[in-house]
Design a protein around this ligand. Structure first.
Ligand SMILES: Cc1cc2nc3c(=O)[nH]c(=O)nc-3n(C[C@H](O)[C@H](O)[C@H](O)COP(=O)(O)O)c2cc1C
Length: 415
């Protein structure tokens, strides 16, 4: 097996909440570079093409630049998003528990770049040990002279706060996270205004994922060319892929961005369980278009997966083998989305509920042709009618299962 390209998950970085151990290896170097010229940081992130790793792949520099532009604001917030509640996604919990300092360093560099003075680590309380590790790590930073140097550069005090999220999946959506930080139920907000203009308590707010923050530390330390060299082809950096489902060696694999799907499943994951044939891969967590064996050659980076009309999402890859019923799996995922809907948008609440009912009927052999027709109709009318991406994600996975595996739905009707 090829060597894993471990940067974030390099064993020497996995020192837990021990600041001295972190600083004795690569820790602190990125921050020193950042302190030399904070005004160059947004440009550096832009040149490196760092994508947001929380699911969308949205270019990080665009949000950073938008927050940095807000020069008059007294307070600016950074929410480091560790809500991680999506099925099949388990990367942020590893970073939080095993390497909290590289996240804090990346967040501190982001603060320097954008003039942020309030950093909130927003963490799902169901991720065992993560809040505890982060609290210990943050206390060590607060007692260190590193923070004083940053505050001097910012010309204002820098505060860190560790906050448990509500644990709801929807609470990970960026505007819902803002509501949560304000102490409210995580209902997503309509956009615009965007968080960079009007976020926590009306202040400019940046929301970035934990893996994104951890990458910043190494990118700034090692430079743009190094970062580009970590990826394959046009892709830059590494990605933590969460491999699960019917695969021999499930787990979190940090690999070059752009690693082919086939390598992830067969070379690193040991192939499909019991030597069975691959049937499908739910990506992202399961809120994207399903990949099939025809897509085994796809390089796992945001652009390449998008060209296959799917999305890399969080990097979760849930492997499904021949013999596993697709209708049941889709039904389970849609149940999750229906259960997670915040209820604010009627189309989402009733739409996901209705889809879940229809799928349950069909999967248990009680369905009729009219139910299948209704599902197809819902795929046409629902997308774009919710405030956030939850409803669209549920529809995407349903729609692509109907496209690739319609025969299984029809078989279920005949049962
Ligand atoms: C329903 C829903 C749940 C989400 N959950 C998370 C999450 O748990 N963690 C996360 O980083 N992003 C999550 N996102 C994406 C965020 O809205 C946002 O794009 C992300 O935190 C930005 O960070 P990035 O630019 O570093 O990717 C979610 C989005 C939606 C629609």
């Amino acid at each position: 097996m090829d060597k894993l390209n471990q940067v974030l998950l390099h064993p020497k970085n996995r020192v837990g909440a021990d600041l001295d151990a972190w600083l004795s290896y690569v820790g602190g170097d990125g921050l020193q570079v950042a302190l030399q010229d904070p005004s160059a940081l947004v440009g550096l992130i832009k040149e490196a093409h760092l994508p947001g790793l929380g699911g969308s792949g949205f270019p990080v520099h665009i949000k950073w630049a938008a927050v940095a532009e807000q020069k008059k604001a007294v307070d600016k917030y950074l929410i480091c998003n560790g809500n991680e509640d999506e099925p099949g996604t388990f990367k942020d919990r590893m970073l939080l528990e095993e390497t909290p300092h590289q996240i804090i360093e990346g967040a501190t560099i982001a603060a320097l770049a954008t003039g942020i003075n309030q950093i909130v680590f927003y963490i799902n309380p169901d991720l065992d040990g993560c809040i505890e590790a982060m609290c210990v790590a943050v206390a060590q930073w607060q007692a260190s002279e590193l923070v004083e140097k940053v505050a001097a550069a910012l010309k204002k005090p820098l505060t860190y706060r560790v906050m448990p999220s509500s644990g709801h999946y929807i609470g990970g959506e960026e505007t819902a996270a803002i509501e949560s930080v304000e102490g409210k139920f995580p209902f997503p907000r309509g956009k615009p205004p965007y968080p960079a203009q009007y976020g926590v308590h009306g202040c400019p707010t940046l929301v970035n994922n934990m893996e994104t923050m951890a990458n910043v530390t190494h990118l700034v330390r090692n430079g743009v060319q190094w970062f580009k060299d970590q990826g394959i082809g046009k892709a830059s950096g590494t990605k933590i892929f969460c491999l699960s489902g019917d695969v021999l060696r499930p787990g979190a694999y940090e690999l070059p961005m752009g690693t082919p799907l086939e390598d992830l499943i067969y070379k690193y994951g040991g192939g499909v369980l019991l030597g069975k044939k691959l049937k499908a891969v739910f990506t992202g967590g399961p809120s994207n278009t399903i990949l099939t064996p025809k897509d085994l050659d796809v390089p796992l980076d945001f652009d390449s997966v998008r060209e296959r009309r799917s999305s890399l999402g969080t990097g979760a890859m849930i492997v499904i083998s021949e013999g596993t019923g697709i209708v049941k799996r889709v039904s389970e995922y849609v149940d999750f989305f229906a259960h997670s809907s915040c209820g604010q948008c009627p189309s989402c609440k009733t739409g996901t509920y209705y889809i879940s009912q229809l799928l349950g009927k069909i999967d248990t052999g009680r369905g009729r042709q009219a139910d299948l027709d209704s599902l197809e109709n819902l795929c046409e009318i629902l997308p774009g009618s919710g405030r956030c991406h939850l409803l669209d994600g549920a529809v995407k996975v349903l729609e692509s299962s109907l496209y690739h595996f319609k025969d299984e739905y029809e078989q279920a009707l005949r049962r």
